[in-house]
Design a protein around this ligand. Structure first.
Ligand code: TEU
Ligand code: CA
Length: 559
């Protein structure tokens, strides 16, 4: 593969509303992010992805944009944004924005104009379709539940919204819409951002016949993704987007791509792909329920390990994926991928190690580096997320009690990752001097940045070492470009792999089991590069290694 400027980078996702409040109104903001740039620098971060900071009514936390050219007043001003760019640049940190162009907000000027004159120019910016025999045009269920079609008031038409009804889908078939979006993307790139994380992008291509499908749930509807999966021709849109915007700026782009057609990997993210990279969601989709969170399955170690290994092997030499443990749509990895006995400091370090040393660009999510966990809420009203409310209701409709439905949210809610960042053991975890917009996790006194900064055995201190190892001049080539080779694949408890670049070889060994594991190595271990426990520096038996439960080792192996 061709080398690219971003291959060696470590990225970090900020969820602005919950990162740091700079002005005491209880909501995170740009000033707060600026305050914490030194913290990110010290951690070893090179690229910051900002979840949406555009003007928005926040029905879906900023993923419903009402003006692509302004900053939400909750977060600050365009001057604050420019200052953020400048301050980041001083520290050699690149900023990438969230690009939400499958849909906009129903408060966006385009949609307002479309509603005012459905048959006019702006009606063509959206999918306005006639209903069928008094019903919506088709039987699609939106991502957030209920029909994906909503009546256009005063007409016999419906508009399509794959997500909330306040998020009307933009009509990508209309060249005027595409041009306006391209202009906007270029405007931001010219401002000096380094690229974008691209939201829900697979949804931009529709099957314009909007066919009905066999219902797949008790609501009699079918997932709108069915239509997306059979729509042909997304490549033309994505190619045009890239050529008109990203390519001339040499931008870094990472796609949020679900439901991609098989074999489209290189077309999407190969050397000449539409995007630089895309997230590897293979481990995350394992626990997706058929009808919702209520029938979601716990992660099974063997399946999880296999999903990661398969992705790694599948993209080797073809693509460079973006690896995550969690993001703003997922529960916390520490509460999800670790078996119960390993849900502790050492386990969190182990999970971080096996993830960050994979081939691909690591994206940390705020709080992951201190081991933040899911948050227990005492009532559904404590949740803000639109999808959590929907999933709670779906569980009730399926016959679960309120208590059970709440438990389900505790496991899977998107708000698990959206509680305020835990900066210190002070009030509100040091996130705000005001009243936080969302509950702070009760465990902030045990899990917070400040305490971990002063503790050389903390998760945070370990993450710094881990990132430093990955970026070290000596090991960079191995961890960035080296081959990935799984090891001890048949083991029920051990996750292990090699990273190999020429003569240089590293072996990563992690024991997710409850018992000690003795591993017979196929080569001699020369040195411990990193370990999450105290080990007396030297290796006793060099071709045979004992691993304690929740222990992870990164070894330099004989050439
Ligand atoms: O998510 C897109 C997506 O496809 C969903 O799988 C989403 O993860 C799911 O609804 C989770 O419950 C993106 C954003 O990451 C998400 O935050 C937004 O809500 C969504 O797009 C709409 O913009
Ligand atoms: Ca604020």
């Amino acid at each position: 593969m061709q080398k690219k400027w971003w291959h060696e980078k470590i990225a970090y996702q900020i969820y602005p509303k919950s990162f740091m409040d700079g002005n005491g109104d209880g909501i995170g903001d740009l000033a707060g992010i600026i305050e914490k740039l030194d913290y990110l620098k010290e951690l070893g971060i090179d690229i910051v992805w900002l979840s949406p900071v555009y003007q928005s009514p926040f029905v879906d936390q900023g993923y419903d944009i009402s003006d692509y050219y302004s900053i939400a007043e909750e977060f600050g001003t365009m001057e604050d944004f420019d200052r953020l760019l400048e301050e980041a640049k001083k520290r050699n940190i690149d900023i990438i924005m969230d690009l939400v162009i499958n849909h906009c907000s129903d408060r966006h000027e385009w949609f307002q104009k479309a509603l005012a004159e459905p048959d006019g120019e702006y009606g063509e910016y959206f999918y306005f379709e006639k209903g069928k025999d008094g019903n919506p045009p088709s039987n699609y269920r939106s991502y957030f539940g209920g029909s994906a079609w909503e009546k256009v008031p005063g007409t016999d038409k419906y508009y399509l919204h794959m997500f909330a009804k306040e998020q009307p889908d933009l009509n990508w078939e209309n060249p005027v819409v595409r041009q306006k979006l391209f202009d906007m993307v270029n405007w931001w790139l010219e401002k000096g951002i380094a690229g974008f994380r691209i939201d829900a992008i697979i949804n931009i291509k529709k099957d314009l016949n909007f066919p009905d499908f066999e219902p797949d749930g008790p609501d009699g509807l079918c997932a709108c993704t069915k239509m997306v999966e059979q729509a042909e021709g997304i490549g033309e849109f994505l190619g045009e987007l890239k050529e008109n915007t990203f390519a001339p700026h040499d931008a870094f782009t990472v796609g949020e791509v679900f439901n991609m057609k098989e074999d489209a990997l290189e077309e999407f993210v190969g050397d000449n792909g539409y995007f630089s990279s895309m997230f590897d969601f293979a481990p995350h989709i394992l626990s997706m329920g058929k009808n919702g969170w209520y029938d979601a399955k716990d992660i099974n170690f063997a399946q999880w390990k296999k999903a990661i290994i398969d992705s790694q092997l599948n993209c080797q030499g073809k693509a460079y994926l973006a690896n995550i443990i969690e993001n703003h749509d997922e529960p916390r990895g520490a509460s999800r991928y670790l078996p119960a006995h390993a849900r502790n400091k050492e386990g969190v370090k182990m999970l971080g190690t096996v993830s960050l040393l994979l081939r691909g660009i690591p994206f940390l999510y705020q709080g992951q580096e201190i081991g933040m966990t899911n948050c227990r809420m005492s009532d559904i009203s404590e949740y803000d997320d639109i999808d959590t409310r929907n999933q709670y209701q779906t569980a009730l409709d399926a016959g679960f009690s309120k208590e059970e439905a709440l438990k389900i949210c505790y496991k899977y809610s998107r708000d698990n990752a959206r509680t305020p960042m835990q900066w210190s053991s002070e009030e509100n975890a040091g996130f705000t001097g005001g009243r936080p917009w969302m509950k702070v996790n009760d465990n902030y006194k045990e899990i917070n940045v400040k305490d971990q900064q002063g503790d050389k055995n903390s998760v945070l201190s370990y993450y710094k070492k881990l990132i430093a190892l990955r970026k070290s001049p000596e090991w960079k080539d191995v961890f960035v470009y080296g081959e990935f080779v799984p090891e001890f694949e048949e083991s029920d408890n051990v996750f292990a792999y090699w990273r190999i670049s020429g003569e240089k070889k590293a072996l990563i060994l992690a024991n997710f089991g409850m018992e000690k594991e003795t591993l017979k190595l196929s080569a001699c271990a020369k040195e411990i590069l990193l370990c999450n426990r105290e080990r007396a520096g030297n290796l006793k038996v060099k071709d045979c290694i004992e691993l304690e439960p929740s222990e992870v080792l990164v070894l330099r192996m004989e050439a």
